[in-house]
Design a binder for this molecule. Structure first.
Ligand SMILES: [Zn+2]
Ligand SMILES: [Zn+2]
Ligand SMILES: [Zn+2]
Length: 256
């Protein structure tokens, strides 16, 4: 299984519009962070986690020509706003990915992109997205022969889904991991985990909290994501252990 980390930035992206701080003006490419998303390739199957606000740029940068499925974590703008660009597959008459989302996330996508879902049958045209959804709950499900396990996470103001696939788990946007979810996160090889900034935040893990969780769950490797512009890549990594690193845009991780 090959994971490509497409984006590692918080909702504003880094650099943030209008900011001239040392991270936003850093020349280190690892300090350039698009909105979070990850691509998972396993055999012939390509699965995307979230259509981020930078979805189009990410698909073009990584020459993605086929998506079998999209797993949505939750309905915040940074995670869904590339949804409309899934139309490209439709226009090229290529298979359109099946989108998996819980009821709440699906409702948010429906209302955000209402023109796609509430198109008037008597007024055709306009090339609106026609993308299929499967509504999921926290039960595991299959995409082909790949088992996908949703992991319930507490994002402060809402419960969202992380996902476990084999020995890989992707847990963005969380403040706490419920006990029942922790039990599903044992024996991981690679964990990608929220790590917003150094100071505490009401809806995200601070880096010290992410490090404590990494210690508790003890995956072989943990990579932090969803960082904001307080976090200079090189400086942050100096303070981390060799088993907890920062992810960066374009990073590739192979998992057994
Ligand atoms: Zn987010
Ligand atoms: Zn900045
Ligand atoms: Zn969020």
């Amino acid at each position: 299984m090959r994971i490509t980390i497409l984006g590692t930035g918080t909702s504003t992206g880094v650099p943030m519009i209008g900011c001239s701080c040392k991270v936003c003006t850093s020349s280190d490419p690892r300090d350039k962070r698009q909105r979070v998303s990850a691509l998972i390739e396993l055999g012939d199957t390509t699965i995307l986690i979230d259509t981020s606000a930078d979805f189009r740029a990410q698909m073009l940068a990584h020459h993605v020509r086929k998506l079998d499925a999209v797993l949505y974590t939750h309905g915040h703008y940074d995670h869904i706003a590339g949804f409309d660009d899934l139309r490209a597959f439709q226009f090229l008459k290529l298979p359109v990915p099946m989108c998996y989302a819980n009821k709440e996330t699906h409702e948010i996508i429906r209302s955000t992109f209402s023109y796609a879902f509430d198109a008037k049958p008597n007024r055709p045209g306009g090339g609106v997205p026609n993308i299929p959804f499967t509504i999921i709950d926290a039960a595991s499900f299959m995409i082909g022969d790949i088992r996908i396990a949703p992991i319930v996470l507490d994002h402060g103001i809402m419960d969202i889904f992380g996902y476990r696939i084999g020995n890989f788990a992707y847990l963005t946007d969380c403040k706490r991991i419920p006990v029942a979810s922790k039990e599903k996160l044992m024996n991981l090889e690679v964990l990608v985990l929220d790590g917003l900034r150094y100071t505490e935040h009401p809806t995200h893990l601070a880096i010290s909290e992410s490090v404590a969780l990494a210690k508790e769950l003890s995956p072989k490797m943990t990579y932090l994501t969803h960082m904001n512009h307080d976090v200079l890549h090189a400086e942050a990594e100096e303070k981390l252990t060799k088993n907890v690193r920062l992810a960066y845009d374009g990073m590739k991780i192979d998992v057994e």
